[in-house]
Design a protein around this ligand. Structure first.
Ligand code: ADP
Ligand code: MG
Length: 680
């Protein structure tokens, strides 16, 4: 928690009451965050009753034993909320518990012979649990909440959601559409009515194309800690080379906060929705107009798990040469295994499968991301077809969509991101955790209703400089503080080790010169660079801050076209006080910072030069007279001493380096002559 609520504002939390999982969030001046207790933030939307019809388990413990108690473990009740028994006939095949007709033919669940519960009552149990979670985290009583529902929910379904809140002792102050909440979490629609449209302000000067000028990047894992701070709800999402639509184009971004058209793509475990919204800021607050929705209530990540299970079962059958009737426990194990494999392939190119078949036999196989993508293509295409349908309903071409927001765990799949990006011609928003974005947005709505000042979100300038870590722990700033957004900056970097195939891009925020004094925003690795001599790779790093303050960082190695990227919201979790403090600190430490940065640069340069001298001596050492050789050795030894000293005088270091460089000019010339002679 970044802060605790003060008494001046009423507490209004935001709740994502999901089909499978539910979350509660809260938002103060520094931005929204998920509320957690000792079980974390996520609460599976599952309730189990015992034989007497009493609640026996809620959340994870209920879900973990669902297979053992199929008829009394209630999940997916959201599918029944506010619906008549006739409306839910096609759901019944998917639900192992008994759905019966209640009063006015509403859908109810028969949990024991004489206990029938309404979906509202079950949802209320979940809500009460979330309320308790929030109270524990905030240390205050929570009575008011904003609760989200799918955009396609009708009045009866919305009313049922309100009723669930009432039963749980929560005043549902507003029902918000899930896609609208996702947009709010990104600050869309939370603008001034008269946002002036800004012209892109280029910073970072001209891109350096000569790699001799390029600063070497830090090596992966060199400086240790991965500092992705979960408090900021940012998530590193990198994709391999070529997977991303072009970044440029995002800057013809005259997006105005007050009026924008947004597509929200929500692909979860079992359901898929796409919504096209028009968000407008009016005197009365934000007005969302749902322009069109489409989707498939039985399309989700579970389908992919099933495809992998089928593949495994088929191959095992072939391997053993006989049909096998796998018991339920084995099938359940296959499922979990398949899901783990799928998730692994979202982050790496390759996964190894190994299943013990007993009697000394085992099933083994490796699976690549390419293979899985081939299997998944028709599945992703179904979702894409729904998007096209929604665009058609809205009568909008894809280019008219200002932003695409990704929601739901399955949007972590690179192929899904790629295809969505291709359809809409824009990089989708993935900076916020796709499982949390709806709850975070509900909290933002809650804070607006509570009158909490969120001016950090509305900044039209970058409050603190943004940059990346370079060799030796220094920071290369790409975008300076007080640059107006949108902003773009590009700079060229290189490697410092021979044959280096990976580089780490560590993103930092702050005014100080050293990594240790800045705020870490996240990092990613650019991998698969072909081995080249140090200094030869040309790594172009681009920072692009769009009109909503979302930062896209991409890195491309120009010779091999290998690329990787990450999306971050730099201002999340940042308060005005923190910005002020960091600014003041940078002024008080200006001189020592400058010296420290200078020393890092001197050390890097000295090491590079000494390596070059060593190579030259190996090449032409025989041709040198003894006196010259001694002279070189002396100059090198002096520089080496400066490199090894903890806090050398920067001026003296500079003089020594200069002397070494001057003394070795003749050596360098000899080496070049030799090289030219060899080439002839
Ligand atoms: P729901 O909206 O149905 O509650 P979620 O949004 O929680 O679902 O998404 C759950 C789905 O996301 C599951 O199918 C899960 O396997 C999938 N998922 C989660 N993380 C990843 C990942 N890194 N790669 C692929 N799929 C993932
Ligand atoms: Mg969901």
């Amino acid at each position: 928690m970044s802060s605790t609520p003060t008494n001046e504002h009423p507490i209004i939390v935001g709740i994502d009451l999901g089909t499978t999982n539910s979350l509660v969030a809260w938002c103060d001046e520094s931005g929204p965050c998920i509320l957690e207790d000792e079980n974390g933030g996520n609460l599976p939307s599952v309730v189990r009753y015992d034989e007497q019809g009493n609640v026996a388990a809620i959340g994870k413990p209920a879900r973990d034993h669902a297979v053992e108690f199929p008829t009394t473990t209630l999940f997916s009740v959201k599918r029944l909320m506010g619906r008549g028994i006739a409306d839910v006939q096609n759901e019944l095949n998917y639900l192992p518990y008994a759905v019966v007709a209640g009063e006015h033919n509403t859908a109810r669940v028969q949990v024991t012979e004489d206990k029938v519960v309404s979906p509202q009552e079950v949802s209320a149990i979940i809500l009460r649990e979330l309320k308790a979670k929030a109270e524990k985290a905030l240390g205050k009583t929570v009575e008011k909440a904003v609760v989200t529902v799918p955009a396609y929910f009708d009045d009866a379904q919305r009313q049922a959601t309100r009723d669930a809140g009432r039963i749980a002792g929560l005043d549902v102050v507003r029902i918000v559409n899930e896609p609208t909440a996702a947009a709010l979490a990104y600050g869309l629609g939370v603008g001034e009515v008269d946002t002036p449209s800004e012209t892109p302000n280029k910073t970072g000067s001209d891109p350096v194309s000569l790699n001799v000028n390029a600063k070497p990047l830090a090596q992966p894992n060199e400086s240790g800690t991965v500092s992705l701070n979960t408090k900021f709800n940012t998530e590193a999402c990198t994709t391999g080379s070529g997977a991303d639509p072009n970044l440029t184009g995002e800057l013809d971004d005259d997006l105005d906060h007050a009026n924008s058209t947004v597509a929200v793509f929500d692909l979860g475990g079992g359901t898929f929705d796409v919504s096209i919204l028009n968000l407008q800021q009016t005197e009365q607050g934000i007005v969302d107009q749902v322009v069109a929705t489409s989707g498939d209530t039985h399309l989700g990540g579970d389908d992919v798990d099933r495809m992998i299970v089928e593949l495994i079962q088929k191959e095992i059958t072939v391997q053993l040469g006989q049909e096998i009737d796998f018991p339920p426990s084995t099938r359940q194990a296959f499922r979990s295994f398949a899901e783990a494999t799928k998730i692994r392939l979202s982050n790496s190119e390759y996964a190894q499968l190994e299943i013990d078949l007993g009697e000394g036999r085992s099933y083994q196989r490796s699976i690549t991301r390419d293979e899985l993508e081939e299997m998944m293509t028709p599945w992703v295409d179904r979702a894409i077809a729904c998007c096209k349908e929604a665009l058609k309903k809205a009568d909008l071409p894809p280019e008219d969509i200002d932003r695409v927001i990704m929601v739901g765990g399955s949007t972590r799949i690179p192929l899904v991101r790629k295809k969505v990006g291709e359809l809409f011609g824009t990089v989708p928003y993935t900076a916020l955790n796709p499982d949390e974005v709806v709850a975070l947005g509900a909290a933002v709505q809650g804070s607006i209703l509570a009158g909490i000042n969120r001016d950090m979100l509305l900044l039209d300038v970058i409050p603190l400089s943004l940059g990346i870590e370079t060799l030796g722990g220094a920071v290369a700033k790409l975008v300076m503080s007080n640059t107006t957004i949108p902003a773009k900056a590009t700079e060229m970097f290189t490697t410092h080790a021979e044959g280096q195939t990976n580089v780490k891009i560590h993103i930092l925020q702050g005014e100080r010169e050293l990594v240790k004094d800045c705020r870490s925003l996240g990092e990613f690795d650019l991998t698969g660079i072909p081995p080249m001599p140090a200094g030869l790779p040309k790594i172009e790093v681009t920072f692009l801050v769009d009109a909503n303050g979302v930062l896209n960082v991409s890195a491309v190695e120009k010779r091999s076209e290998k690329a990787a990227r990450v999306q971050i919201i730099p201002n999340h979790g940042l308060t005005r006080e923190e910005v002020d403090r960091m600014e003041t600190e940078s002024m008080t430490h200006a001189r020592e910072d400058m010296t420290a940065h200078q020393l890092i640069d001197l050390r890097n340069q000295a090491r590079l030069d000494m390596r070059a001298i060593e190579r030259q001596i190996n090449k032409v050492g025989d041709e040198l007279d003894d006196a010259y050789r001694v002279e070189i050795a002396q100059k090198v030894a002096i520089v080496q001493k400066f490199v090894d000293t903890e806090n050398p005088d920067a001026n003296e270091f500079h003089v020594a380096l200069d002397a070494m460089d001057k003394a070795t000019i003749r050596l360098a010339e000899l080496a070049i002559k030799q090289t030219l002679a060899e080439e002839q």
